[in-house]
Design a protein around this ligand. Structure first.
Ligand code: ZN
Ligand code: ZN
Length: 263
């Protein structure tokens, strides 16, 4: 009897221990759970991808799925009657097909940035969706504790021109992400890469910051500081010619990149 009780006690204590080990790591389990949560979704996303490849033949069968995707990704008005909407909606899932075959766009490159991650974004809150997307993408990278060359186009129009010429678009959406000089895309792409674990793999090579939580005490993470040469006035006095000249060290806002966090 005592043996039986012992074994009983053992098994029950084991069960308790098991349960405890489960409740021990709610935080780390969260990411695992989200990964695990992705697993049952994977077949369906594959199905989705497969059905989209058939889409060219039968748009009707996918309409429902596309609608679901729309409601997932954004609160897009699903007036699927207009011709403009259906190709747009089709673009969303076709992106997820692109993920499986590599996220980057081999033809679009940002020269001179092969050693870094570059994020073009805006810190202006003009368009809420854009601001939120920019914020989300910067936050994702911050979570990986990697240094990012953050290029705020609202602080320096040269960045905007740079992005326009690289993407060959007059009005590119924001944010836009380049990793090791290769173009990856905007918020949707980065979020998806993050969710499927692809981003973690790509960022594996990059060194991690020791104190990721610290805000730059030089610029407060604005990545720009007033130009020291002209004190932000954009004008310097040329003693030889006896007149004011445009300061050549700062941008149109009298700012220079923060020497503390952007060098
Ligand atoms: Zn200046
Ligand atoms: Zn700084």
């Amino acid at each position: 009897m005592s043996e039986f009780e012992n074994s009983n006690a053992k098994s029950s204590s084991g069960a308790i221990f098991f349960n405890r080990s489960f409740t021990m790591h709610p935080n780390t389990a969260e990411s695992d759970a989200s990964k695990a949560g992705l697993l049952p979704n994977n077949p369906s996303s594959l199905n989705r991808a497969a059905s989209i490849s058939k889409l060219h033949n039968s748009i009707d069968s996918v309409k429902g799925k596309v609608k679901r995707l729309c409601s997932l990704f954004e609160s897009a008005k699903s007036s699927s009657t207009s011709n403009e909407h259906s190709p747009k909606a089709v673009l969303k899932p076709s992106k997820s097909i692109a993920f499986s075959s590599g996220f980057n766009h081999p033809l679009i490159r940002l020269p001179g940035t092969e050693d870094r991650i570059v994020v073009y974004f805006t810190s202006l809150r003009g368009i809420r969706r854009t601001y939120e997307d920019c914020y989300a993408v910067r936050l994702i990278f911050r979570g990986f504790r990697v240094w990012v060359d953050e290029r705020d186009i609202s602080m320096d129009s040269a960045y905007k021109k740079e992005l326009q010429s690289v993407l060959r678009k007059n009005n590119p959406s924001l944010p836009q992400v380049f990793i090791k000089g290769k173009y990856f895309g905007g918020a949707d792409v980065i979020k998806s890469m993050f969710e499927v674990g692809e981003l973690a793999k790509i960022l594996d090579d990059f060194p991690r910051k020791k104190h990721p939580g610290l805000v730059c005490d030089c610029c407060g993470d604005a990545r720009f500081v007033p130009c020291g040469n002209c004190s932000g006035s954009r004008k310097v006095f040329d003693e030889d010619e006896g007149l004011l000249k445009r300061c050549l060290e700062c941008n149109e806002n009298g700012l220079i990149r923060c020497p503390n966090c952007c060098s």
